[in-house]
Design a protein around this ligand. Sequence first.
Ligand SMILES: [Zn+2]
Length: 421
Amino acid sequence: MYWPPTAQDLTRLLDSLRWAAEHSPYYRRLLAAAGVQVGELRTYDDFRRRVPRTAKTDLVANQREHPPFGDFLAVPRSEFASLHTSPGPILIPRLASERGGTPVLRESIKAMGVRPGDVAHVTLSYHIMPGGLRLHRAFEEAGCLVLNGGTGNSRLQVELAKAWGATVYAGTPSFLANLGDTARELGLDPRRDLSYRVGFSTAEALTPVLRRDLQDTFGIELFDHCGEAQIGPLAGECRVHDGMHLHALDLFCEFLDPETGEPVGEGGTGELVATQLGPRALPLVRYAPGDVFRLLPAGCACGDPSPRVVFVGQVGAIRKIKGVLVHPAQVHRALSEFPAVRRFQIVVDRPAGERYDRAVLRLGLAEPAPDAPALARAVAERVKAVALIGMDVELVAEAELPEGAAAPRFADVMVDRRGHA
Ligand SMILES: [Zn+2]
């Protein structure tokens, strides 16, 4: 569905909620405890204000308490068609009719310019986790010849990709980089000897530097894509490469301000809360995996009217600075273009008597910069473009910042001194 919800979307949402309340002991109990009768909900605001959220931790705890599947289940076990697992571990049973996000992936694949007859090389894991199989099914349905590469065995994978003339790569960007290195070790030129034209990049951050490197190595056009293990594929880039189109055909997606819980509009930054539509073996209502996205303004040059989102980061580390939600991962993305920067810290303060926050971005450098003012200016401009916030930049030696002031955990990046003056 697209934002804002139409009357039809709302009907489908409330029908799915009613189905979950009738079939899933967990949701029957949750809604009863919250005093919610589905028949009383009339508008989206009723739904948002009254139906409680489900966190990933609720699902993990419930499966531990009632092994193996928990009591989220809405159908008897004899009706399951397959069983996937995701880290937690969380068991994800699936009905044959659920299709595991295949229609969503097909939209994304089409937007990337994949055509029937393309040879798709899928390198996500086919073991235990759902990712590899989901992609495999979608490429098959799109009329492609699919190689089930899976993970590892990079020499064999390069040989297979070459022998079959694979035109589409689907997997993590780091494994694609690995295949490039392996091809060179085998005396091959990845541009000339391999035929990748389209790269479906998922399950890892596709930084601008990595994207450029891979495009140079393979002569490939890379497309960022994101999804989540429980709720499946979500959004992917089109050939305009300005944000990812939300292809949430079987999900009702809300994007809510992490501080106020209010829905955000175009240009806003909000936490994803998703409700699965239609019957499910394990239905999820208002499921919040903790992912925060920025919503881009409507109207992409490709003509697809679906909303576009940019992944910002996980909700825990996010802070509102000068009214803008900022995540360390966004700033890290901007800084990844400056290899001299090893660590970084964002110090937010509101000096006494001032009405506005002041944000200082402290950069820990491996060695003193030859032209410090130019570096500070370039970084400030890049951060402003990526994270939409102006910060004063201060250059310090790497050792002056704690080790945790870096990717991937960003534990010591945010220093919030507001309210402590
Ligand atoms: Zn587009």
